[in-house]
Design a protein around this ligand. Structure first.
Ligand SMILES: Cc1cc2nc3c(=O)[nH]c(=O)nc-3n(C[C@H](O)[C@H](O)[C@H](O)COP(=O)(O)OP(=O)(O)OC[C@H]3O[C@@H](n4cnc5c(N)ncnc54)[C@H](O)[C@@H]3O)c2cc1C
Length: 406
């Protein structure tokens, strides 16, 4: 699958990880992780810190799938607002999902701190503004339910948004101070380096897994080059390409667009460099990386790479226009643009766990706008399940819900 095109900023900003190690013989090991993106990296870290032996297999170079294209905002707010999710899956489960995402942001920070990795993680305020009258009503309902469940949230008026953050909006917004941003490519590649050095982690790159079967005593994987891997457990962290290992389609693939500005004078950026997004669908979102501005969004409901790429110029212009309207005082000139595959699920939640009726093949699929925070939650749940520990979050994110809520 063509996961991204254009010029994703992160693979220009960071040195490429020149690691090349295709699997050249059959292998027997404990746990195999398919995928070396941010999900595979967080999964590897979680297993290694619990002393579990694993190896990673990827058909590409390390972390050059979606993680290299990600704009990597870390938010506890999910694409489906809490008030709507509560109607879909019940208040208890929806609140668990939101609280899990909130916790996940500090858990990612902890992972980076305990490994001493600098992946440009920054905790920043987050503004979710009402784009129109429908958005105003949504913001009111959302504020009430988040407040009731003790989630961090403040209400700002249109005037306050302008005075404090220079924003020109239709109406007010929700603000929280517990969001963050990072460089997902840097985080993934550095985490892998760390575990190669500290835990003798084996990564087999340029090795495509073509089949994965579960038997009572273990799992058997076949690679495109005809090698066989036998192991006790498999964790599929194959991102938007994981469909080949699933008996049914569980998500909808879409296309998304992003761009980064020329560097600008720090004094011209808006106060606190907060993350910004809106209630409209599709929404635009804004973050910074150093003294540059990243804008993303303008999602399209299809995933044909050719059609996706043809729209890049038009989408860039739309994103630029929206940004100028939102922050007219900030000078902005696009430096580079890219687009990528994205995916959504109906309830906005990822799929984490084993397919019903199976026990040894786990999926960590952070589908949706919170892919990275979901990946962290998935790493913890799967690690617990492999260790025979229960995890109360597993029902909220598990595959069991596909026939009820989807
Ligand atoms: C433009 C854009 C903006 C985004 N913004 C955000 C955001 O702001 N916040 C957020 O949380 N998320 C965001 N996301 C989503 C987020 O980037 C993804 O959820 C995340 O990167 C997925 O990581 P992953 O490791 O699961 O997948 P990937 O990074 O794609 O890694 C999966 C790996 O599996 C490998 N693989 C697949 N199939 C096989 C196979 N058969 N055999 C061997 N290897 C295989 C691939 O080669 C790939 O390297 C964004 C995505 C895009 C494209």
């Amino acid at each position: 699958m063509d996961l991204h095109s254009g010029l994703p900023y992160w693979i220009i900003k960071n040195p490429l990880f020149d690691y090349y190690n295709p699997l050249k013989m059959d292998l027997e090991t404990d746990i195999v992780i398919i995928g070396s993106g941010i999900t595979g990296a967080l999964m590897t870290h979680e297993l290694c810190r619990k002393g579990l032996k694993c190896c990673v297999v990827d058909k590409r170079s390390i972390a050059t799938g979606s993680s290299a294209a990600s704009t990597a905002l870390l938010q506890y707010e999910i694409d489906v607002p809490l008030c709507q999710m509560a109607e879909q899956i019940g208040e208890k489960n929806a609140v668990t999902a939101y609280r899990s995402c909130l916790q996940s942001i500090s858990d990612i920070e902890t992972v980076l701190k305990e490994t001493g990795i600098d992946a440009d993680f920054e905790q920043l305020p987050n503004i979710f503004y009402a784009s129109d009258e429908k958005g105003v009503k949504l913001i009111e309902r959302e504020y009430e339910i988040r407040k009731r469940y003790g989630l961090p949230v403040e209400l700002l008026s249109k005037e306050e948004l302008h005075k404090q953050y220079q924003l020109e909006t239709y109406a007010g917004a929700l603000l929280n101070r517990q969001s963050a941003q990072l460089d997902a490519y840097k985080a993934a590649t550095k985490l892998f380096r760390y575990h190669i050095e500290n835990d003798h982690l084996q990564i087999f790159t340029h090795t495509e897994v073509t089949s994965c079967e579960e038997a009572p005593e273990g799992c058997r994987l076949k690679t495109k080059d005809g090698r066989t891997i036998r192991c006790k457990y498999v964790i599929v962290a194959a991102g938007f390409e994981a469909g080949q290992f699933l008996p049914e389609k569980v998500m909808k693939l879409t296309s998304t667009y992003a761009l980064i500005s020329h560097p600008i004078d720090n004094k011209d950026l808006w106060p606190e460099r907060c993350l910004i997004w809106e209630t409209a669908e599709p929404y635009i979102y804004v973050r910074t990386s150093g003294n540059r501005i990243i804008i993303g969004g303008e999602d399209e409901d299809f995933n044909d790479p050719k059609a996706r790429d043809e729209l890049l110029r038009e989408k860039t212009e739309k994103l630029e226009r929206k940004f100028h309207k939102l922050l007219p005082s900030v000078p902005f000139k696009t430096e580079m643009t890219w687009c990528g595959t994205f995916s959504t699920t109906k309830d906005g939640l990822p799929f984490i766990g084993a397919w019903p009726g199976t026990e040894r093949i786990f999926f960590d699929l952070g589908y949706g706008g919170n892919g990275i925070t979901f990946s962290m939650i998935g790493a913890q749940i799967i690690c617990n399940l492999i260790q025979g520990k229960d995890d109360e979050r597993k029902e909220v994110f598990g595959f069991e819900r596909i026939h009820t809520t989807l």
